[in-house]
Design a protein. Structure first.
Lengths: 301, 324
């Protein structure tokens, strides 16, 4: 019953928050565009046959010299910017969502167990979390990436770049989940339903995942949204630094790095269109995160 | 009091040992130092002899002890990539990064604390709402995009400020500083703002939250009831009590400043430690990566020690019972 009221209350708040609606719409459109990129995009940036050097450096269609064929213009290779962004967003979102998913499974699992068992296990997990918290996420991700470069054979590296990058991001973001899950689990452990379930002799895993987990989902959902934004930013930053994805499989960060070369020569669209898209995407996700926080934490309203 | 400091010192030593261990493991297990040092033409027997000579077959603990001893004596080994001593490579780059980081932190505090206080005192005002919205956008803009924006605006469009390098530097002993020449300061401005913006939003939000919390407390209400002038209440009593968490955050932010200096240095081609670290990752230059970690950890521990001492100076309660 309470859950239902909460759900409708959330809906009510959502309908009355224009910022959240716009943000949700943009995020939804980006996700749809990314998922259906192969169907929507006129060219495939990975496929050399689908674009031609002859179309290089065309400005967006509304600017002087633009053609309606390339709404947002083309880069120096003649790649259509719309297609590049759709495919770039696809890659960024795939990496961001999977990194966030891995981080949440790892973090929530460890946090739940730490809160449930307490004692020595809790202490070890939280110590590791503390150490990692002192290391900023980007440093952790860079380090993991550097170690992977040293450990893996060179020819293998290109193929599993995406996997390495995803894991590096996931391993630098799990701490938030672990701390939130642990704190919420502590609160739930005091409640009677958990004690009842334990007295009934249910297995710890069942108590944790069937009874406690659904009751701590609210704050975790907020962390998931915020961390999705962080994961996308982290990927973009690493790719921008040239540590992330190579230029032949451009994510949003790689597109911006490529665009930097055109900052001085007047082809502003190659730099600014992916940049603006990335920022608007991340801002939208953060606004949604803020909105969810308000819904789940009425004290702040 | 002395016990408190001693406890923190012991903790710091443990942290340093842990980081040194991490750096050593990196060095020992990621890639083989022998293949890095020798060419393809070196025979297996020669490689084995070198391995024996360098003590790489010794027990792990012994190797780690030797590694720690060398580090303490200032011998950080040689880079795989440039063959230069790592200690020198990093030492020449420390001033650039520290100056950048400190100026960025200063910007974040000098702007962040006043705006935080302002937005806490007028929570419903139009200016406050605008500032809060701006910071939300500011948090969402990645550091490198802020850098690009500033370069584009002030470097390319307006042509006011240089967009790469350190400008004119002067030598103060071994310290190469860009704080004392006009050129150097001009070159420092854009990178420092880029690095400071994110920290600024954090500082502002924290000061605001703390200040609002304090303003709700009983002693402020009592002060109001007693007729203490509002500005005295705000800027003496309330502000002093928000400073403890703010100082904690400065300690934590230092880590963030160092980490994001990697990004900022890359955007502005600022010749600091971060740029060196990036290059070392690209070329899997393990010794440089390891030493960078140790140096960063050292500064981090140092800053946090100072922060702990500042607590004692600021919060009289800590002086009374000494522990906590």
């Amino acid at each position: 019953m309470i859950a239902m009221i909460k759900r409708y209350e959330g809906l009510w708040l959502f309908v009355h928050s224009p910022a959240a609606i716009i943000a949700a719409l943009f995020a939804l459109l980006s996700v749809l565009g990314a998922v259906f990129a192969p169907l929507i995009a006129s060219a495939n940036p990975y496929d050399l046959a689908s674009f031609s050097l002859m179309d290089g450096l065309l400005p967006p269609s509304w600017a002087d010299g633009g053609t309606p064929r390339f709404i947002l213009g083309t880069d120096d290779q003649g790649r259509d910017m719309v297609s590049s962004i759709l495919y770039g967003a696809r890659l960024s979102l795939i990496i961001g969502v999977s990194a966030m998913a891995i981080a949440s499974i790892l973090g929530v699992g460890l946090g739940l167990a730490a809160g449930y068992y307490g004692g020595r296990f809790d202490m070890i997990v939280m110590r590791i979390a503390d150490i990692q918290l002192a290391l900023p996420a980007i440093l952790t991700a860079l380090l993991i990436d550097g170690i992977a470069r040293g450990l893996l054979p060179t020819d293998l590296q290109q193929d599993i770049r995406v996997v390495v990058l995803t894991l590096a991001i996931a391993l630098s973001l799990w701490v938030n989940f672990a701390r939130t899950a642990r704190a919420s689990t502590f609160v739930q452990m005091q409640k009677e339903y958990v004690q009842a379930a334990m007295i009934m002799g249910q297995r710890p895993s069942r108590v944790m995942f069937v009874h406690i987990l659904p009751n701590i989902l609210g704050p975790l959902l907020v962390i998931m949204t915020v961390d999705l934004a962080s994961a996308i930013l982290l990927e973009a930053t690493l790719s921008f630094l040239g540590i992330g994805l190579p230029a032949d499989s451009p994510s949003l960060g790689t597109l911006i790095r490529i665009g930097m070369q055109f900052m001085l020569s007047g082809e502003w669209w190659i730099l600014w269109i992916p940049t603006v898209f990335l920022v608007v995407l991340v801002v939208s996700i953060n606004i949604l995160g803020d909105f969810l926080r308000d819904v789940f934490n009425p004290r702040l309203r | 009091m002395a016990y408190f400091i001693l406890k923190r010192l012991v903790q710091s030593i443990f942290v340093m040992m842990a980081v040194a261990f991490l750096a050593f493991s990196l060095f020992r297990f990621v890639g083989d130092p022998i293949t890095q040092m020798t060419g393809v033409e070196t025979s297996v027997a020669d490689q084995e002899r070198l391995r024996q000579e360098l003590g790489l077959n010794d027990p792990f603990v012994l190797q780690f002890a030797r590694f720690t001893r060398d580090m303490l004596q200032g011998d950080f080994g040689y880079s795989y990539r440039t063959r230069q001593p790592v200690g020198e490579m990093i030492a020449t780059r420390i001033p650039a990064t520290l100056e950048l980081g400190i100026v960025a932190l200063l910007i974040s505090l000098l702007v962040g604390i006043p705006t935080g206080v302002f937005t806490a005192l007028r929570p419903q005002g139009f200016a406050t709402q605008t500032i809060l919205l701006t910071t939300l956008v500011g948090v969402s803009i990645p550091t490198f995009v802020i850098g690009i924006l500033l370069i584009f605006l002030f470097g390319v469009q307006l042509g006011w400020l240089p967009t790469f390098g350190r400008g004119g530097t002067i030598h103060l002993g071994a310290w190469e500083s860009s704080l004392f020449t006009i050129n150097g300061l001009r070159a420092l401005l854009l990178p420092a703002i880029t690095l400071g913006v994110y920290q600024l939003t954090l500082t502002m939000r924290l000061v605001r939250a703390e200040m609002m919390e304090v303003l709700r407390s009983d002693y402020i209400r009592f002060g109001m009831a007693r007729g203490v002038p509002m500005h005295r209440l705000y800027f003496k009593h309330a502000l002093a009590n928000t400073m403890v968490p703010v100082i904690t955050i400065i300690g934590l932010q230092f880590g963030g400043v160092i980490a994001f200096s990697i990004v900022t240095e890359s955007v502005f081609q600022w010749p600091g430690m971060g740029l060196l670290f990036l290059e070392s990752i690209r070329f899997v230059d393990i010794p440089v990566m390891g030493v960078y970690l140790v140096v960063i950890a050292f500064f981090f521990v140092l800053v946090n020690l100072i922060v702990d001492l500042l607590y004692v100076a600021i919060d009289p309660r800590l002086r009374v019972n000494g522990t906590s």
